[in-house]
Design a protein around this ligand. Sequence first.
Ligand code: BDR
Ligand code: CA
Length: 315
Amino acid sequence: PIPIILDCDPGHDDTFAILLAAGSDRIDLLAVTTVAGNQVVEKSTLNARRVLSLAKVHGVPVAQGHGAPLLGGTGHGEGDRYGGGDVHGDSGLDGWEFDEPTVPQDPRHAVELMAQVLTAAPEPVTIVAVGPQTNVAALLTTAPHLKPAIKEIVCMAGSTTRGNFLPYSEANVLFDPEAAAVVLAAGVPITYVGLNVTHQALVTRDVLARISAVPRLGDVCEALLRFRSGAYDGIWQMPDPPLHDPVAVALLIDPDLVRCRRANVVVEVHGQYTRGATVIDLLGVTERAPNAEVALELDAPRFWDLLVGTLEGLA
Ligand code: BDR
Ligand code: CA
């Protein structure tokens, strides 16, 4: 199995990334670390513990990380709605009343846990970052000697086309553009899974019916996805909402699920209207060297088969 650290801000779609990583026998989930994003970091952490408890996954440490972007502030800027409850609700995971989690919070800071996991692992570890990249950037700047211990960083971030929280900015990058820029410049292998590909993973009626039918976990998953559908419909007129974050885990499990192309990715940190936009040179029209594998196309039926099958395995 592929050893990974999952850095996340759960979040409805993060929840499915956690379940997919925890349930797949092709993944060795070494740690879950949390960051402010969909909600404040304390809620991200509580939600990560709730999801692992629900799945009866014990023994994976959950550590809390940064509660604000690298340069401080709220990260909101023009994307003022960001971090609010619009998409994920006040709890960050609205739609279901969770029991008190049985999975504890690890006392270490997320960045400390990441460093210790990387140091102890017998082989390089993949970091899957599906929230703002504050913790990952902090790790890379405070412990650059650990870069060889990172096999790859898979980011759910950015877009080759348009954004979501701003016309050209995707939420995870918008919330901490400097962190995303640090990660892209680190010289570590990077895969970018952006909105252009995650918007191919739409929770249609058929998908919802299949997930709802999963024994034990089906009811919770259905309630969370129904909340998401209402939120997406209200904000973006998309009643079949995309499930971004599990795509970043899925491509590790089955590389044939996603077609990628090498390209240069940079982040707009100064834009007047485009702060947090990812500029992805798919045509090779700049002199900038490719620095990432950029996901372009998803085999959606196969993705849903993988996700549903893994949820059934956790039941
Ligand atoms: C990303 O932002 C968050 O709201 C989601 O969890 C996902 O990681 C999509 O832009
Ligand atoms: Ca997320």
